[in-house]
Each structure stands twice: as C-alpha cells, then as structure tokens.
Design a protein around this ligand. Sequence first.
Ligand SMILES: NC(=O)C1=CN([C@@H]2O[C@H](COP(=O)(O)OP(=O)(O)OC[C@H]3O[C@@H](n4cnc5c(N)ncnc54)[C@H](OP(=O)(O)O)[C@@H]3O)[C@@H](O)[C@H]2O)C=CC1
Ligand SMILES: CC(=O)[C@@H](O)[C@H](O)COP(=O)(O)O
Ligand SMILES: [Mn+2]
Length: 410
Amino acid sequence: MNRPADQVDTDGPAAGRPRRIVLLGSTGSIGTQTVEVIAAASDRFEIVGLAAGGSNPALLIEQAVATGALLLAVSDESARTEVEARIERDWPADRPRPTVSYGPGATSDLAGAETDVVLNGVAGAQGLRATLAALAAGHTVALANKESLIAGGPLVLAAAKPGQLVPVDSEHSALAQALRSGTHEEVASLILTASGGPFRGRSRAELADVTPTQALAHPTWAMGKLITTNSATLVNKGLELIEAALLFDVDYDRIAVVVHPTSIVHSMVEFTDGSTLAQASPPDMRLPISLALDWPRRVPNAAHPVDWTQAQDWHFEPVDHVAFPAIGLARTAGRAGGCAPAVFNAANEELVAAFHAGRCGFLDIVDGAADVLQLWLDSEHAAAGNPRDVADVEEAERWARARSLRTIAS
Ligand SMILES: NC(=O)C1=CN([C@@H]2O[C@H](COP(=O)(O)OP(=O)(O)OC[C@H]3O[C@@H](n4cnc5c(N)ncnc54)[C@H](OP(=O)(O)O)[C@@H]3O)[C@@H](O)[C@H]2O)C=CC1
Ligand SMILES: CC(=O)[C@@H](O)[C@H](O)COP(=O)(O)O
Ligand SMILES: [Mn+2]
C-alpha cells in the first residue's frame, strides 16, 4: 500500500528551512488556492517555480511577483508576447527577472527542476509527463492531477518510490489520513463520498437536456471546468475510484462510493473489526493542499473546522447507477488495466470539450466514453497490457479521442 504517512521524514527535507515548492497549474482553482496556502505559511513553504497554460499571463506574473518565483513555464507558446510585456511592465526594477520557458515541454522541464515538492495542479491527462518528470527527479509529488494516475497508472506507480506520491484530492487525502490508524491487513474497504453533483436525484430522462451552465453549478465546490463537469456526470468519482485503487493498493471490489451531498465527510475507511474512520471538514481544498505540501505534518489554521456548536445533519444515500453509469464504467476500465483507464479518460475529456462547445448533449459524454471503452476492450490493443512508456499512453489516447469524435458524429 502506498501510504504516504508511513514513509515521509517528518522533519522535512532540510529542517529549519522552508520546503521549496514548484507549482504546476498555478492560475487554476487548485493553483490559486495553493498560492494562498503558501502565502499564509511562508515560514514553511517557498515557491520556486510556477507553470501555467498561458491563458492568464497577468495572473501568472502577479503570482511570480508576489511569491518571488524565478522559474516560470508557459505551455502555450503564443502567450510569449503578452508574458514578456507583463514582465516588462510589472516586474520590480530592483529584483532579478524570472527565467521563462515556453512550449509543450516547459511544464515537465520545470517539474524536474531543483525543488522539494512539485504540486501538480494541471487539469487533464496532459499532466502525466510532468508527474513522471517530478518523480524521476526524486521530488515529492503532491498530486491534484488525478488524471496522471488514471492515464499513466502503471508508469506512475513504477516510477514512484514509497511515499513519493501524496494525494491532494480531498477524498484521497481523507483516506490517507484515516489509513494512518491501521495496517493494510486491517482495512476492510474504502468508501469514497460523492456530492452527487448538481443533478443528484434526476432520472436519466431528466438529464437529456441539461446545459453546460447547469452542469457547471457544483453544489459544494468551486473548481475548474473539466472536474466540475466530471462531478456532474460522476465521471470524477469513477476516476477517483481508480485513483484510490492505485494509490492505496486496494482491490476494486473493496472500494465503494456513497453519495453525501454536503461534502463534509470526505471519505472513510472501514476496518475489519467493524470500525469506520471518517475525515470531516467543511469543503475547502486549502486543507488537503496544505497537508500534502507539508505531509505528514498539519498546517495550523489551514481551514476552518466543522462548527460543532451548530446542529449537524449528515445525509448519505446510494448512487443511482442507472442515471449515472460512470462509476461502473470506471470500475470496468480499472479492472481491465493497461491503457483502458487512459482510453476512458481521454474519451471523456474529448466529449466534455464537445459538450461545452455545443457539439453534443450531456448524456453523450458518458455514453460516448462507454462506447469508446468497449471498442478498446474488444480490440487487439487491449491485449497489449501495460504501456511501456508515455508514448504508448499518448497513442492510446489519440485512438480514444479520434473515436469519441466519431461517436458524436454518429
Ligand atoms: N479544483 C479543485 O478543487 C480540485 C481539483 N482537482 C484536480 O486538480 C487538477 C486541476 O484542477 P483545477 O485547478 O480545478 O483546474 P483549472 O482548470 O482551474 O486549472 C488548471 C490549471 O492548469 C493550467 N494548465 C493547463 N495546461 C497546462 C500545461 N500544459 N502546463 C501547465 N499548466 C497548465 C491552467 O492554465 P491556463 O488556464 O492558462 O490553461 C490552469 O492554471 C485536475 O486534475 C483536477 O481533477 C482535484 C481535486 C479538487
Ligand atoms: C474537491 C474534490 O476533491 C473534488 O474531486 C470533489 O470531490 C468533487 O466533488 P464530487 O464529489 O461532486 O465529484
Ligand atoms: Mn475529489
């Protein structure tokens, strides 16, 4: 079992100095909250590098000025002119200017730069190369980018030394915390909680005409577009099922999902004696982010606790797998292994983009991903087993993306 608590040196990489952090995806939801966490705990953390896609150069340079990060990476080459102009305009004259790398390889290069922790907050399977680069460089990886594990599971697990991968995802952070209290043999099952998304309680027929705006109205979390849409389809919970199986080395038949609409209990571990440990806190990613950055130490005041002076009403209900078949599909993909999870995820990413572009309906996302997964499982590719390298994963993803577009066309 990859249990971060067991392996990480509690004194940190060099006691007495802040942990150096490279933050990938700094301008996104996870990225901006990470900057906040680090600003509030500057005695513990120091940002040395920032990477972003390039859609918001103003924010990236503002973050670099505020944090003092001198290594920047921008994956979209076309953002160069605006980034340079922002530096020219906003960079303090009395400070050395940052080094900025551009292009598709810039983020992975930064992930391998000298640091203690790389927090990967890039959205989507495009984050895989950076995760592998950070692991290869020996850094601790605080992993928000769950798609790294989904797409490149066998490669990531082979590259990660015990304790090198620390989950940021709220459910997996909850599980890692609860697992501190037991041995692998004592674990009966993992129970992931799901908010149920904005369409909880609707039948399949009632999902046919939902709009992108409705899908982006998450009931409890403010997150990026891809993960928020994945929460609405429950694909997010399917991906998290695979993430849990890989991170904690627990069989798929011992991982369950339960709907908990208020997202206060972030997940639970059931032990063999009938005991269940749950981690509870109001929905606020600053808690799991701070814990991952300083794992296994807790950062005081990272987030507010539950207010126990107020009445609490925690509700749990089963998942409606007919209206929301994504978890079952992910279970199939995870059990099949190899590139099947990468295929399922890539098809989903492509169809989510199509949904937001008005090219398909909400139900077409999971229906299309199901079709593409089945095509893969029925093809000769599935027999090939585990990917040998990232190129194999990317080849499978291209295959899946091309076929998902065909499912829309048909
Ligand atoms: N948001 C949340 O609360 C949670 C998120 N996660 C996971 O964390 C990850 C990030 O999610 P979220 O923050 O919501 O997503 P966002 O869409 O809000 O942010 C994504 C970030 O990645 C940047 N980016 C895109 N491409 C690249 C690239 N090639 N190199 C470097 N940076 C890049 C984006 O920059 P730009 O905008 O310029 O393209 C942006 O800064 C996802 O894997 C998600 O599943 C997990 C749990 C909770
Ligand atoms: C905050 C976080 O970890 C998200 O992955 C969250 O869990 C999404 O909510 P859902 O439970 O609706 O998928
Ligand atoms: Mn989550």
